[in-house]
Every structure is written in C-alpha cells, then in structure tokens.
Design a protein around this ligand. Structure first.
Ligand code: SAH
Length: 283
C-alpha cells in the first residue's frame, strides 16, 4: 500500500495508525527490497514476521519463503491480513502479542513439518524493541537469523564497541548469542506515518556457540547488568553494590584476571566479562 491507500484505509475505518503500537508502515518499495535481500531467504525457510501490519512485507517475504507465520497484535490489521492471505496456504496468521506469545510451542512444533531453524523478519514496534530482542535471543537455538528494523539509536547500541556510551548490557547480550551487522539506515520518509526518529536495519545471525565460554549464564548476565547499572562507577564499587559476591573474592578476581578494579564497565570487552563471571562462579 502506498501512503494514500494507508491513509484512506484508516479514514474508512474511522481510526488512525496507533502510535502506542508503533504503527509506522513501510511505504518505500526499495526499503522492502533491502529487507528481503538481507533475509537471504530460500524456499526452504520458515519465516516469523513480527508486527505484520498491513502486510506489505509479508507479501514479499511470502514470495521467497516456504512458510510465513505473521504475528499482529492489532485486531483490525489482523483482519486485513486474513482477507489478504486467506487463499495463501503458505501464510499462517496469528492475532497475538509477541511478548506474550509462547514461542516455544510455535518453534518446536513448526508448521506441519518440523523445520530445524526459523528466520525472523520484522519492522518492529520500536518502543518494545529491547524486550523483543531479549525474547528472540532466549530462543537462539531455534532461530537462524533475524532481520530487524528498529530505531537507529538502538541499532547503534547493539553494534557498539567497548569504550563509548552506546556500549552496554544489550551490546553484550546480543554479541554473546549473535553476530550483528548494520545493513542500512533509513530516514523517516520511508514510513507512513513518518516516525520522529531515524531507523536502521540490523541483521543478527545466531552463533552456533555463544561467543565466549560461560559456565553460568545467569551469573554472567547478572555481572554484566550489575556492572552497567552504575556504568560510571568504578567496577569494584559497581559490583560490590550488586552484593552477589564477597568483597574479598571480587578483589582476588580483579587481581588474578589482571582487570584493574578502577576500570568502568564500559571498558570491559565480552571476554573480560566472561572471565570475571567464570571466576566468581568457581569461587
Ligand atoms: N510490517 C508492517 C508494520 C510495521 S509497524 C510494515 O512494515 O509496514 C509495527 C507493527 O507491529 C504494527 O502493525 C503494530 O500493530 C504491530 N505490533 C505492535 N506491538 C505488537 C506486539 N506486541 N505484538 C505483535 N505485533 C505488534
């Protein structure tokens, strides 16, 4: 649909695109092409689309995949999708909230046959990008890759290197499970209504094994989150505040690992975080 058609659709239904659901529809066919190419789909792939909206992306994805599961929380839009794809056996439509959806049953059962992995494609509702990302990372074993449109600043945080203000728990969480590539940045005019922020398309390719060997993932993420919670503090103070380890163990860890306790969280790379967490796990 182009801008006019989207406008008319909502006018006809006496409503407007819902800001709180991040309804900014893609109106530039070039953008659809970029997403599709980044997906590197084959006709063996099962794709999960999050926030299918009015189906423009669903439509092109369907032409290049074996099966598409299109998830849309808004009932009005879901109904549009139903009439649009009613006769297409390759499309499965779910009127559901991605954050509440039990992904396991979907991923484990698969549609009919059992696919080994899924590809995720989405022009995300921007305000819930982070929880969606953590949810997808939690299913890293069943997902091959994700091509995700998000707010540019969030994408920049994900691909950031150590040392800057963008680098944080999200950077490390994603890097642990996936290889992140910034595919393109897109200006607001690619969408209708135009969002107030710039957008970026990011590809996450899940790693076969996490990037670093971690003995206790829960503890690893706890160390990372605690360290970044007070990211401007010295590491020793930040972690002591987390109170999950005695001070003297922490002091020994810094010494044995050669990590200066005066350093701040944002200067540690993922390997150093893993070393720290593994040390604390063993002591
Ligand atoms: N794919 C479409 C629409 C993208 S806008 C396009 O590119 O044009 C984001 C879409 O996500 C909207 O349709 C919105 O209704 C939907 N959405 C918002 N929150 C959601 C949630 N929690 N679960 C599933 N879909 C959601």
């Amino acid at each position: 649909m182009n801008q006019q058609q989207i406008h008319d659709f909502f006018a006809l239904n006496h409503t407007r695109p819902k800001k709180q659901l991040g309804q900014n529809f893609l109106v530039n066919p070039e953008a659809l092409k970029i997403i599709l190419e980044a997906g590197e789909l084959s006709d063996a792939d099962t794709v999960i689309e999050i926030g299918a909206g009015l189906g423009c992306l669903t439509d092109v994805v369907t032409q290049h995949a074996k099966h598409v599961i299109a998830i849309e929380v808004d009932e009005l839009l879901h109904n549009v999708l139903v009439s649009q794809f009613l006769t297409n056996p390759r499309v499965q439509l779910l009127n559901a909230d991605i954050l509440k959806l039990e992904l396991n049953s979907l991923l484990l059962d698969g549609p009919g046959t059992v696919p080994t992995t899924f590809k995720v494609i989405a022009n995300l509702p921007y305000s819930i990008t982070t929880p969606i990302l953590w949810k997808l990372l939690g299913h890293h074993k069943q997902i091959h890759s994700c091509v995700l449109m998000m707010q540019k600043e969030v994408a920049e945080r994900i691909v950031a290197g150590p040392g800057g203000k963008d680098y944080g728990a999200l950077t490390i969480g994603v890097d642990y499970y996936a290889e992140a590539t910034l595919i393109a940045t897109l200006s607001p005019e690619n969408f209708y209504p135009a969002p107030k922020v710039d957008s970026a398309l990011l590809k996450l390719t899940m790693r076969e094994k996490p990037k670093v060997a971690v003995e206790d993932e829960e503890l690893f993420f706890k160390v990372v989150r605690t360290a970044f919670r007070t990211r401007r503090k010295m590491l020793k103070n930040a972690l002591v505040r987390g109170r999950f380890t005695p001070d003297e163990v922490l002091a020994t860890a810094f010494e044995e690992l050669g990590i200066a306790p005066q350093r701040r969280a944002e200067t540690l790379d993922i390997t150093e975080f893993a070393d720290l967490a593994n040390f604390l796990y063993r002591h």
